[in-house]
Design a binder for this molecule. Structure first.
Ligand SMILES: *[C@@H]1O[C@H](CO)[C@@H](O)[C@H](O)[C@H]1NC(C)=O
Ligand SMILES: *[C@@H]1O[C@H](CO)[C@@H](O)[C@H](O)[C@H]1NC(C)=O
Ligand SMILES: *[C@@H]1O[C@H](CO)[C@@H](O)[C@H](O)[C@H]1NC(C)=O
Ligand SMILES: *[C@@H]1O[C@H](CO)[C@@H](O)[C@H](O)[C@H]1NC(C)=O
Ligand SMILES: *[C@@H]1O[C@H](CO)[C@@H](O)[C@H](O)[C@H]1NC(C)=O
Ligand SMILES: CC(=O)N[C@H]1CO[C@H](CO)[C@@H](O)[C@@H]1O
Ligand SMILES: [Cu+2]
Length: 594
């Protein structure tokens, strides 16, 4: 909606005025079982050790600049097993206590780690009670080639996992780099079901220390369910205002700004995230925007970054002192600790832009060199970088994939428009390609298609591309705010982004950028293209409130092959369990469902 945030910066000053960074709450109270953002979180190894190691690495002789990862990957024969239990919990990530959804009792959820070419198995148990609810987990950015049913989109690739039941996801670590997982059921991930993933792979970038995931996310004090109900009531507003901004699930909050009458416990100076730098060494930081809405501007006072990857695409290194991330986007940067003496400390900052409504946009964390006192607050000065009102990504001319691929001639080109409208009950919703999507949890599109039925209700917003091998989509934004557009099952070419209409120009047709999320600015356009991967793939705005409001399309790619897919019995079994549960329980589908 691109409306300017209100009552800005109130809490920020309370947070920054501190002279010490001793947390007022124990980690357990702020983040449950998570150690992310604490000095106890272990460094990430360069790779997980396999036995045997061909040519010294799990990926053998494959390289980041010489291997086409969409047609070739290592076959390690290794499977990494994880067990997840999703439960309700009560924590105070920024000092304000609220009900959340936790993965294994942690917010953010546990790290999933694998080597490129490993299989990942995650057994997800739904322990959501009081009230019960369904869930489903999406593994962001994976291609899911030949396993589209493991994509985790309820009503699209699977039925939700009913309360008390489990579903075992099993998929190939098809690409490598930094990513995350999150619930794809309603706006559930804004309630806490998010966590980092690191897939080790070849890299020519040289660094000494892998500091691991740094999750950046706006934060809401209300429960996601209440926010969605409020937003989607007749005459409701599509503007959802965030309350705070977190780095690895932590930040302080000024409790004096809590609304009178709000009885939730609130503690000032709950504690911020802390990181340790080794003086003189180069560190890899894996930034992920895991938020609900806001575009993040990430900096470390005094330090410059070398960007080495964007989403799952290693890029030709370029320097910058600020990284922009829309929801769902990842940026891997290198940063060298050569700005201060061994006892120095610096602020890490992540600021929400004015493109999303927020009450407290500025998150901080502390970066300590080896000999610094970790109870003291840094005193460093922020970079002063004026905000670009378009809130879009880095110029595409700057971001070039290391492994070059020319964009093929498209076999079909389609324009899809973004519109905001009011339905007959005066509810403000989004239309994408002319339809406001609403999923049907009991009949996933993929399973219907697999039975040879390609006739879908209009509100499922299915677009069939038949046997097209390369489809170009021109997204036209007829709304004033930016949208981070995410395509499942692909790492699409990003051909152009800008204001107004597309003039036909492609940035570097010999090697356009590729990433699974790219921002389209308000009143602008985004042109992307993808090559076939048989399945049903969601293409949606990653702003969780917009997806709830129907901003989602489902693309059918190579339907003949979808028809032939042999879907495991487990998928069917889960649908039967969900059907059974919904026979005795009403599912109050308060939004689009995905
Ligand atoms: C299930 O959730 C409840 C709280 O809602 C919690 O007390 C219990 O420990 C959870 N069980 C598991 C196995 O996590
Ligand atoms: C982030 O916010 C801080 C505090 O208002 C400000 O000093 C800094 O310049 C901002 N940085 C960026 C990159 O926007
Ligand atoms: C308008 O949208 C809301 C929310 O999706 C839905 O509950 C309601 O039935 C819709 N009204 C009409 C007339 O379609
Ligand atoms: C195809 O599936 C849709 C949605 O489930 C259903 O309405 C329709 O009746 C089905 N068509 C056939 C021929 O089975
Ligand atoms: C490509 O997709 C369009 C849109 O659905 C369709 O009209 C066209 O027939 C498809 N072309 C091929 C070769 O399948
Ligand atoms: C390129 C494009 O479609 N631009 C439109 C974006 O939305 C605004 C407001 O609805 C229109 O005025 C633009 O023409
Ligand atoms: Cu959006």
């Amino acid at each position: 909606m691109g409306v300017i945030g209100i009552v800005k910066g109130l809490a920020n000053f309370a947070a920054l005025a501190l002279s010490n960074t001793k947390p007022a709450l124990p980690q357990k109270r702020t983040n449950g079982a998570s150690l992310l953002g604490t000095l106890l979180f272990p460094l990430i190894p360069f790779m997980l050790t396999n036995n045997p190691l061909p040519d010294g690495y799990p990926w053998g002789k494959l390289t980041d600049s010489g291997t086409n990862p969409y047609v070739e990957n290592p076959h390690t024969g290794v499977t990494r097993y994880y067990d997840f239990t999703i439960s309700r919990g009560l924590i105070a990530p920024d000092g304000y206590e609220r009900e959340v959804l936790l993965v294994n009792g942690a917010f953010p959820g546990p790290l999933i780690e694998a080597n490129w070419g490993d299989m990942i198995v995650v057994n997800v148990r739904n322990n959501i009670t009081n009230p019960e609810d369904g869930t489903a987990i999406h593994w962001h950015g994976f291609l899911q080639t030949e396993t589209p049913w493991e994509d985790g989109a309820p009503g699209i690739s699977q039925c939700p996992i009913p309360p008390g039941a489990s579903y075992r996801y099993e998929f190939l670590a098809s690409l490598y780099g930094s990513t995350w997982y999150h619930a794809h059921y309603s706006a559930q991930y804004a309630g806490g079901i998010v966590g980092p993933m690191v897939i080790h792979g070849p890299t020519q970038a040289k660094y000494d220390v892998d500091l691991g995931p740094i999750l950046l996310s706006d934060w809401y004090h209300k429960e996601y369910h209440d926010i969605v109900e409020e937003m989607l009531k007749p005459n409701g507003s599509p503007r959802v205002v965030s309350d705070n901004n977190l780095i690895n699930g932590k930040m302080n909050f000024d409790c004096s700004t809590v609304a009178p009458g709000d009885k939730s416990p609130c503690t000032n100076n709950a504690g911020i995230s802390k990181f340790r730098f080794q003086t003189g060494k180069t560190h890899r930081l894996r930034l992920v925007n895991t938020g609900g809405d806001g575009v993040q501007r990430f900096t470390i006072d005094g330090h410059t970054f070398t960007v080495i990857a964007e989403d799952f695409t290693p890029v030709k290194p370029y320097k910058t002192n600020m990284v922009i991330l829309g929801v769902g986007q990842r940026t891997d940067v290198l940063v060298t600790a050569n700005v201060g003496k061994p006892d120095s400390a610096f602020w890490m900052r992540s600021n929400l832009t004015n493109c999303s409504p927020n009450r407290q946009p500025n998150a901080v964390a502390a970066v300590y060199y080896d000999k610094a006192d970790t109870d003291k607050a840094p005193t460093s000065q922020a970079w002063n970088i004026p905000e670009d009102p378009s809130c879009t990504n880095e110029d595409l001319a700057k971001t070039e994939p290391l492994y070059p691929m020319a964009v093929p001639k498209p076999t079909y080109t389609q324009t899809m428009e973004i519109e905001l409208f009011k339905n007959a009950s005066d509810v403000t919703l989004w239309k994408f390609n002319g339809v406001s999507m609403r999923t049907h949890y009991n009949e996933p599109v993929l399973l219907v298609a697999n039975e040879g039925n390609f006739t879908f209700p209009r509100e499922w917003n299915v677009v069939n591309y038949y046997s097209n091998s390369s489809v170009r989509i021109i997204v036209r934004n007829r709304s004033a705010g930016p949208h981070p557009m995410h395509l499942h099952g692909h790492n699409p070419y990003i051909l152009h982004e800008g204001p107004g209409d597309w003039d036909g120009t492609i940035i570097r047709p010999s090697n356009p950028h590729r990433r699974d999320v790219h921002i389209v600015r308000g009143n602008g356009h985004l042109v992307m293209q993808f090559d076939g991967n048989p399945g049903i793939w969601s293409f949606h705005c990653h702003i969780v409130w917009h997806a709830s409001g129907g901003f989602l399309a489902n693309l059918v790619v190579e339907p003949k092959k979808v028809d032939w897919l042999r879907i495991p019995r487990d998928v069917e079994r889960n649908c039967k369990a969900w059907d059974w549960w919904t026979r005795f329980n009403v599912v109050p589908q308060i939004d689009s469902g995905a």
